[in-house]
Ligand binder design. Structure first.
Ligand SMILES: [Ca+2]
Length: 202
């Protein structure tokens, strides 16, 4: 996914020009890159197409680094931090790929990725820039199971126990058994329940 075609928007009042710009470079992926050089707290936000499969993904960015680049923090639309990249390099315009961090992504949901300048390397010159060339996503694992946040006991149907619950199940002589719930708070440490009910037991 080319950064320059990922529908970049910014927190600048101006349009995509000047300090937020698409420029041509024969060495860039796709022949162009997205350039931002606007100082601390400046951000650009990209929209990446949805992944084909739910999962945990490692996000990578290819960039053209040199002495006057900044440090960028990457976040998702809900503010979840993905990672931070220092684009400083003690060289003149070297293209390289950085691992940004991992993100839980869902199939069918476009990815909103914001890149915010948080500062610069102590060795960097004072321009806080970044040349964003291309994003790459690699699936590295499954999504963690969703925790059960509230459990209502079946006895009266009204007693709610809050906290973070995890569910496990076991197999009994009928071939399917009830789920067991445990709470990291330990109150109570374990409650046997039925989820879902076994066929024929109502
Ligand atoms: Ca590019």
């Amino acid at each position: 996914m080319e950064c320059e075609t990922a529908q970049p928007i910014t927190n600048s009042a101006s349009s995509i020009s000047g300090n937020y710009d698409v420029r041509s470079d024969s060495a860039a992926s796709g022949g162009k890159f997205y350039f931002m050089q606007a100082g601390v707290n400046a951000w650009s936000q990209f929209t990446l197409p949805a992944v084909a499969e739910d999962g945990l993904y490692e996000l990578y960015i290819r960039s053209k680094d040199n002495q006057d680049r900044g440090i960028m923090a990457f976040t998702l639309a809900d503010g979840t931090a993905v990672g931070t990249v220092d684009f400083y390099a003690n060289s003149n315009g070297v293209y390289q790929e950085h691992a940004i961090g991992q993100a839980a992504l869902h199939a069918g949901e476009a990815i909103s990725l914001r890149m915010t300048c948080t500062g610069k390397n102590s060795a960097a010159a004072g321009k806080y820039g970044v040349v964003a060339d291309r994003f790459r996503l690699v699936r590295v694992g499954d999504l963690p199971p969703e925790p059960v946040q509230t459990l209502r006991l079946p006895l009266d149907g009204t007693t709610a126990l809050t906290g973070t619950w995890s569910e496990s199940s076991y197999t009994d002589s009928t071939g399917s058994g009830p789920s067991r719930y445990s709470n990291t708070a330990g109150i109570p440490p374990s409650i046997p329940g039925r989820h879902p009910p076994r066929a024929g037991t109502g």
